[in-house]
Every structure is written in structure tokens, then in C-alpha cells.
Design a protein around this ligand. Structure first.
Ligand code: FAD
Ligand code: NAI
Length: 486
């Protein structure tokens, strides 16, 4: 017997579970099919983000930052703490508890909103005729269950990219899941890839005392960020966090034995080097996950990089089949996945009401990026390299946290905020931040850009004193050379 729904969502991460909730809120009979099993072998909703991504990594970043501050910063406040120690299993248990609270929370949200939840791998099968619903075979162990739905939202996410010379065993060679579950701080930790995961996970274990070396293939550090921010970040991470970062390397071989991992590589000068560590984190990017979805049978088109091909409205090559989140083009971020999920749910509900107008998904240019290192890095919109390459005339205003009273009171005055505005119209084109709590401050910049604000508009807004947000205000004043406190 197969059950029939208006919408079947395949994948229960932030793209899929949010889409499912919104569909149900809009009155669509919805099922969410998800294959995730946690380390205990139990079904666990929330995908990468909740199980082995955003939430657990931020829990460990928070714990390790407290430990680092106790050891390095707290004395500046006159507080003496001697012989502080870290109980790594207790820290991991706290992280696991946060994860289970949130994954169970999604199950409750599904119940509350009337979303049917099925555990298993969903395979999308071609319709026998165009009037019939899509068929999805859901496999969980030896059990196969059939589901039918008029619309399908694919939100199958991404998986860690692998290097052919190194097999992740989550004992010596770790992916993100392994890096989030170590039972003790390794003495020597290597990280391949100085991207977002490499920097965040490298920071966690460095703050807990590991000697951390990050090897990055690209010649420049953090090439996705504004070059000035990246330069400042590299300086601070080396000097204040104590990370060792090498760019422009070429990894030749990775070998493990019972006690260590040896990485043979060429450095930026082409010299042969060897790094010997106790554990090695592989953080070389993530790949779209289309395994088990039946793409050979259903003919779902992929793009040249293996992502499910979609148009601006998240429509795939198959009729009534949409795809959102990490498995499609665009930034691999939880909030981007969720926004697409909501957008598609609303597009489907509109179609059901006879509105066939083609709407475009959220604008990626106003999707914020945050790297949760210390200091944090955040940006939205275009950076200076991109504006120069596009020949767009701009002016810049910049202000350092060093000149901000609140940041000084917090003893966290590294970094700055930079606002880029159009040279003629003054419209804000991009905002780039490195400093304390900029993950929160970036929201004001996103709001400004979404409402097409000019730097003058921000300059005219009263910001509380003393607050970190005054740095943003002063940067806006700086765009027209009006900064007051520098
Ligand atoms: P996923 O979260 O990957 O969920 C996909 C789900 O689909 C999974 O549960 C999977 O098991 C399931 N699935 C796959 N195939 C099938 C199938 N055939 N049938 C049924 N189920 C299937 N982003 C941020 O915005 N902020 C952060 O701070 C952040 N931190 C991160 C830290 C780490 C260590 C990592 C790895 C990622 C982080 N990300 C962060 C990225 C974020 O996790 C992803 O962008 C987000 O999870 C993507 O959501 P999604 O729903 O597209 O896919
Ligand atoms: P990434 O794309 O951010 O970084 C991967 C890095 O590995 C790049 O700098 C790349 O040049 C480097 N690399 C690739 N091959 C290499 C090789 N052979 N040798 C050395 N270096 C190599 O990918 P990452 O860190 O794996 O994260 C994946 C994605 O997950 C991110 O892009 C982001 O979308 C998401 N994420 C978001 C977070 C956040 O929002 N705070 C936190 C963590 C992940």
C-alpha cells in the first residue's frame, strides 16, 4: 500500500525540514523522508547542520573559547585562575545534548504542524503517466515503503569531499563528524584545507592546546573573503590564536600507522616538506549528495559540477520536482537552504491556488557569510576584489574595534568593519567585518542592503553607546570621510 501526499520532501536538513513545515503550514499534506542515523544508529532529523555541522561546531567553539579565555585573557580583568583543565568528554557530552535537544525538537515541530516523518533513503521514480503522482521508494534496512506525491522537493544536502590519497577512518583521518567527536585533545593536529571548516575546527582544538598546522592549496589565504579582511584574519590567527597556516601547498601523499599520520607535500616554494601529526582533519570542501536518489532511473539533470540543475525558481529538469539547499548551486549555508525551502513551499502552495507565475528564489547577494573563529569574520554583498573586477566605482569607509569603548571594555578589540558603497549613488554594495560578535552585527548590514540603503542612511541612524554596533555606524560615517572617533 502506498500513501499519497501533496508534497514529499526528500531530506530532513535545514532545507528539507523547513520546506516541509512551511508546506504543512500552507495546508499541503506533506511527508518528509530522511535517511540520517546518528552515532547510536537512531534516526535523527536536522541533516548535516544539526547533527555534524552548524550546531555541534558552534557548541565546541563556545566551550573552547571559554577555556582559551580563562587561560589567556581573563587575567587582564584581574581574575586569577590557576591550573585550569578541560574535560573533553564532558565538553563533547554537552555538545551531544544540544544536538539531541534540537533534532528531537524537529520531530516535535513535525508533529505539531502535521508533517508525516518517514525514516529511510528515498529513491525518486519516474511517473508511469503524467497524471499520476511521483513515486518514491523509501528503503530502511530490509523494508521498502512506497510513497506517492504530486510535488517533490529534493533537499539531500552534501557530503565531505575526499582526497584520493587519504581515506577518512574517523580514527586518525577525520572528516567533520570525526573532528567534532574526539575524546581527547590531540597533541599535534593537521588540517588539510584552510576553508571555513578547517579554520573553525582548527580553532577549537588549538584553543584546547593542540599544536595545529593547516595546509592550504590556494596561494592566498581565505580567497572567498575580502582580501583586506583575509590578510587581517591570517595575522590574528597566527599571532593570537597560534594557528600555523601554510598556503600554496601541494599534498603528495598521506600515510597513517597506529600512532600518527604523515603528510608529504610541496610548500609554496616547491620544497618537499613533511608534517607528522596525531590526527588529521580533511576539510577540502563538500560535494552535492545525490546518492540513492535514483538519478540514473529518473533522469534528474545534474550540472557540470554534480549539483542538481535548477533554474532561479529551484525548479529541476523534472516537472513538479524542486531542489533546494547544498545539493543545488549557490552558497552551502544552512540559512540559504532554509530560505530556498520556504520559497519553494510558497511557490507550490501558490501553484495549487492557480498562481503559475514564475517567482525567483532569494537573492544570494544578500545572504550573509559568517566564520565563527575568534575574532569572528562576517560579510555580505560584494568585496573590493569583486567590485574592481566588475569595474564598479566604489568608496570605502572603515573603522577599527580598537577605537570602540565597548570592545576595549570587553578586551576584544581586534579587527575592523568596512563598508563599500557605490561612488555615485552611495548605495551599500558590501559590508565586511572581522571582530567580536560580528556574526550578530552583520544582520544590520544585511537589512541595510535588502532595503537598498545608502551609507548616508546608516550614518543617520542612532546607535546605542557604548556598543559594538557603533563600529558599523562609524564605518558608514567614514564612507563620506565623516568618522568622529578616529
Ligand atoms: P543537509 O543538512 O546535508 O541535509 C540533507 C539530509 O538529507 C541529510 O539528513 C541526509 O541524510 C538526507 N538524505 C540524503 N539523501 C537522501 C535520500 N536519498 N533519502 C532520504 N534522505 C536523504 N552552515 C551555516 O549556515 N552556518 C554554519 O555555522 C555552518 N557550520 C557548518 C559546520 C560544519 C562542520 C559543516 C559540515 C557544515 C556547516 N554548515 C554551516 C553548512 C550547513 O550544514 C549546510 O549548508 C546545511 O546543512 C545544508 O542543508 P541541506 O538541508 O541542504 O542539507
Ligand atoms: P571550503 O570550500 O570552505 O574550504 C575548503 C578549502 O580546502 C579551500 O580553501 C580549498 O582551497 C582547500 N583545498 C581543497 N583541496 C585541497 C588540497 N588538495 N590540499 C589543500 N587544500 C585544499 O570547504 P569546507 O571548509 O570543507 O566547508 C564546506 C562548506 O561548508 C563551506 O564552504 C561552507 O559553505 C559550509 N560551512 C559553513 C560554515 C559557516 O557558515 N560558518 C562552517 C563550516 C562549513
Amino acid at each position: 500500500m502506498s500513501e499519497t501526499y501533496d508534497v514529499a520532501v526528500i531530506g530532513g536538513g535545514p532545507g528539507g525540514y523547513v520546506a516541509a513545515i512551511r508546506c504543512a503550514q500552507l495546508g499541503l499534506n506533506t511527508v518528509c523522508i530522511d535517511a540520517w542515523k546518528n552515532a547510536k544508529g537512531r534516526a535523527s532529523l536536522g541533516g548535516t547542520c544539526l547533527n555534524v555541522g552548524c550546531i555541534p561546531s558552534k557548541a565546541l567553539l563556545e566551550s573552547s573559547e571559554h577555556f582559551f579565555q580563562v587561560q589567556h585573557d581573563i587575567a587582564a580583568h584581574g581574575i586569577k585562575v590557576e591550573n585550569a583543565t578541560i574535560d573533553v568528554p564532558a565538553m563533547i557530552a554537552r555538545k551531544d545534548k544540544i544536538v539531541t535537544t534540537f533534532t528531537a525538537g524537529i520531530a516535535s515541530l513535525f508533529k505539531k504542524n502535521g508533517v508525516k516523518s518517514i525514516h529511510g533513503t528515498g529513491k525518486l521514480l519516474k511517473r508511469a503517466d503524467t497524471d499520476a503522482a511521483w513515486r518514491i521508494d523509501v528503503t530502511d534496512g530490509d523494508t521498502v515503503q512506497q510513497v506517492q506525491a504530486k510535488y517533490v522537493i529534493v533537499a539531500t544536502g552534501s557530503v565531505p569531499r575526499q582526497l584520493p590519497m587519504a581515506e577518512v577512518d574517523n580514527d586518525r583521518i577525520l572528516d567533520n563528524a570525526g573532528a567534532l567527536s574526539l575524546s581527547e585533545t590531540p597533541q599535534r593536529l593537521g588540517v588539510i584545507g584552510a576553508g571555513v571548516i578547517g579554520l573553525e575546527m582548527g580553532s577549537v582544538w588549538r584553543r584546547l592546546g593542540a599544536e595545529v598546522t593547516i595546509l592550504e592549496a590556494m596561494p592566498e589565504f581565505l580567497m572567498a573573503a575580502d582580501a583586506q579582511i583575509a590578510q587581517e584574519a591570517r595575522k590574528i590567527f597566527i599571532k593570537e590564536t597560534g594557528l600555523k597556516i601554510q598556503t600554496g601547498v601541494k599534498i603528495n601523499a598521506i600515510n597513517t600507522n597506529d600512532t600518527q599520520v604523515t603528510v608529504d607535500y610541496l610548500d609554496a616554494e616547491g620544497q618537499s616538506q613533511q608534517l607528522v601529526v596525531d590526527k588529521l582533519i580533511m576539510a577540502v570542501g563538500r560535494a552535492p549528495n545525490t546518492t540513492g536518489l535514483g538519478i540514473n532511473e529518473n533522469g534528474l539533470k545534474l550540472d557540470e559540477r554534480g549539483f542538481i540543475a535548477v533554474d532561479a525558481g529551484c525548479r529541476t529538469s523534472l516537472s513538479n520536482v524542486y531542489a533546494v539547499g547544498d545539493v543545488v548551486r549557490g552558497p552551502m549555508l544552512a540559512h540559504k537552504a532554509s530560505e530556498e525551502g520556504v520559497f519553494v513551499a510558497e511557490a507550490i502552495a501558490a501553484r495549487e491556488k492557480g498562481d503559475d507565475q514564475q517567482h525567483d528564489a532569494p537573492d544570494f547577494n544578500t545572504v550573509p557569510w559568517v566564520i565563527y573563529t575568534a575574532p569572528e569574520i562576517a560579510w555580505v554583498g560584494k568585496n573590493e576584489q569583486e567590485l574592481k573586477a566588475a569595474g564598479i566605482p566604489y568608496k570605502a569607509g572603515q573603522f577599527p574595534f580598537m577605537a570602540n569603548g565597548r570592545a576595549r571594555a570587553m578586551n576584544a578589540a581586534s579587527g575592523f568593519v568596512k563598508i563599500l558603497a557605490h561612488a555615485e549613488t552611495d548605495r551599500v554594495l558590501g559590508v565586511h567585518m572581522i571582530g567580536p560578535h560580528v556574526s550578530e552585527m552583520i544582520a544590520e548590514a544585511v537589512m541595510a542592503m535588502v532595503f537598498s540603503a545608502c551609507s548616508e542612511d546608516i550614518a543617520a541612524i542612532v546607535h546605542a553607546h557604548p556598543s559594538l554596533s557603533e563600529v558599523f555606524h562609524e564605518a558608514a560615517l567614514g564612507v563620506n570621510n565623516r568618522a568622529l572617533h578616529i
